[in-house]
Design a binder for this molecule. Structure first.
Ligand code: SF4
Length: 568
């Protein structure tokens, strides 16, 4: 019998009870691989008793689907931060459990920490609510950190003793301690992912219903200048095809979801899908590039049951697509649309981004021409049968300047400017039958922009939003800060950002050069095929060479004041 965080005794089997909280609804949690990996890795370790918690919209609480335990039963509460919107949910969840929402108000267990992609993008708006963060990818050293905490808990150490014991360990960021923290990553000596991340749960409730998800690659070699994934997951890495096949043979799933970027670039894609098809395993693909869609591949997709194709166009004009480093071939794109129409796929989904820096009238004239070409390609594909793709669905999101991207210094459009652009595209699309248009809400995107670029002062705004039924407009009026200071105008490249204390390996000078190339509408070639750091372009070469990278060891091992105890 050991004590729990309320000081009561409870049988936890001599293990550290850990609540793994995904502050979004269950459907999203079940389609996110990082936290599922942590759940599996901690769950397989005898030192931990792990329960999963999802945010429940109805009750406003985090609920455990597997037991009637509540968060307050757990001495270690780990939040997985995957979206900026998780900041407010995290605060709401703590409030709902009567756990003080700032670390400074808590003197005893539970210890509250966070990890996940937002922990290395920019966690600063929520940092005052956390005792510490783990900055790195899930296979990094999170289990080792948890072991340090677990052993300290079992010895009866206080929270402050535990924090002292993990302070300075690689990947650990503690509120109020401002030393630079290196992101923990994990790759083999040949540059592969060590082992593919995959679903721990296959569920009807998942966004990817009943699918066993497998990570094909991580990061993206293209480096589109608006996209954080192309920078924060450097160097781009892929899974070994044989590892993926071994997994499928072991799990024997009915349906596989392939997770990754630019999947059509993967040299083994076609042979792997053919292998799945022969085994009668259904599949879905997360991301395709139009230039990889030839007749043979599309025919195969159609034959094997794919009904819908999704393509990201991003900028509204070819000029903006070039500026954002999109490597987009209009010729190949419209040829792909023609084939998609000819083969009568049910839906073609296209994604655009509105409000990119420098967007102007001439870009919307280009968009009008693009829509005409789209219609022509669709009709050409129909041929004499007069039957083609049923629906072309266009979705627009608003440009959000993300930390660690070359556009991190850029402003966002005002809400009314966004709304006018949305009206304009809607009108353009209405001219074409079978073309449906939908757009994100500009106000929500601006809040996302503020949270993306926010510092600790934004924590007050989160608290105000939480106190006012999540009403952001009301909270903004009451807040002492000003949203325009964060996203209202272009910032000098000399400006330091709060997230500069995190080291992801990408050199700031590289981001500045890329920002300049955006303005000059110049392309940068993708990362070469050879394992990083063959090109020595963005700074990852130095980051990787700081540690010796023996096979199957994490990066940046030597970056902290201390290393782990033996055996970790
Ligand atoms: S050093 Fe080159 S290969 Fe490595 S991440 Fe940077 S651009 Fe890509």
């Amino acid at each position: 019998m050991i004590r729990n965080c309320r000081g009561q005794t409870k049988e936890w089997g001599g293990r550290l009870p850990v609540a793994l909280v995904f502050p979004e609804e269950e459907s999203l949690a079940l389609s996110t691989l990082g936290w599922q990996r942590v759940y599996k890795d901690l769950g397989h370790n005898n030192l931990f008793y792990v329960e999963r918690f999802f945010w429940d919209r109805k009750s406003g609480k985090a609920k455990c689907p597997d037991s009637d335990k509540t968060l307050a039963d757990f001495p270690l509460i780990c939040f997985s931060l995957n979206f900026e919107g998780d900041f407010l949910t995290l605060i709401n969840i703590l409030k709902a459990e009567n756990i003080p929402i700032t670390a400074s108000e808590r003197s005893d267990w539970p210890l509250i920490m966070a990890g996940g992609p937002i922990a290395f993008l920019n966690p600063f708006p929520v940092i005052p609510s956390l005792d510490f963060l783990f900055v790195g990818e899930s296979e990094g050293r999170f289990v080792a950190i948890s072991e340090v905490i677990g052993n300290a808990w079992l010895k009866g150490n206080s929270v402050s003793q535990v924090i002292a014991s993990i302070s300075g360990l690689p990947g650990i960021m503690i509120y109020g301690q401002q030393q630079k923290v290196k992101k923990q990553i994990f790759l083999t000596a040949e540059g592969y992912l060590d082992s593919p991340c995959h679903s721990t749960f296959v569920s009807r409730a998942s966004v990817f219903r009943d699918s066993f998800l497998m990570e094909i690659n991580r990061g993206c070699p293209y480096g589109c200048r608006f996209c954080a994934a192309g920078f924060i997951y450097r160097p781009p890495r892929k899974s070994k095809t044989q590892d993926l096949k071994n997994l499928v043979q072991k799990v024997n799933p009915r349906k596989v979801g392939l997770v990754g970027t630019a999947l059509t670039d993967w040299e083994d894609l076609f042979s792997f899908l053919t292998w799945l098809h022969k085994r009668k395993v259904k599949f879905s693909l997360s991301s395709l590039r139009a230039d990889g869609l030839d007749r043979k591949f599309l025919e195969f997709l159609r034959r094997s049951g794919t009904r819908s194709i999704t393509l990201a166009v991003e900028g509204v004009s070819s000029r903006l697509r070039r500026a954002m480093n999109k490597h987009f071939s209009s010729e190949k794109f419209f040829r792909a649309v023609e084939l998609i129409s000819e083969m009568q796929f049910n839906t073609l989904k296209l994604y655009f981004i509105l409000g990119l820096p420098g967007e102007s009238d001439k870009d919307f004239h280009d968009l009008a021409h693009f829509l005409e070409m789209l219609e022509q390609a669709r009709k050409k594909g129909m041929g004499r049968k007069k039957k083609g793709v049923d629906l072309i669905s266009i979705s627009a999101s608003m440009f959000v300047p993300k930390p660690w991207t070359p556009l991190q210094w850029s402003p966002m459009d005002k809400e009314e400017v966004f709304l006018e652009k949305v009206r304009r595209i809607k009108k353009m699309c209405a001219q074409y039958k079978g073309l449906r248009f939908q757009a994100e809400k500009p106000f929500s995107s601006r809040i996302q922009g503020l949270l993306s670029k926010g510092d600790e002062k934004v924590h007050d705004l989160l608290v105000l939003a939480s106190e006012n039924d999540n009403n952001w407009r009301k909270a903004l009026k009451m807040w002492s800060g000003n949203i325009e200071d964060y996203i209202g105008s272009e910032l000098s490249v000399e400006k330091d950002f709060v997230w500069d204390t995190i080291d992801l390996g990408v050199d700031r000078r590289y981001l500045i050069r890329e920002f300049d190339k955006y303005k000059k509408e110049m392309l940068t070639s993708p990362c070469p095929d050879e394992p990083c750091p063959s090109c020595r372009r963005c700074g990852m070469d130095k980051f990787l060479s700081d540690s010796s990278f023996p096979e199957r060891r994490p990066a940046a091992l030597t970056s902290g004041k201390k290393d782990f105890p033996d055996g970790n």
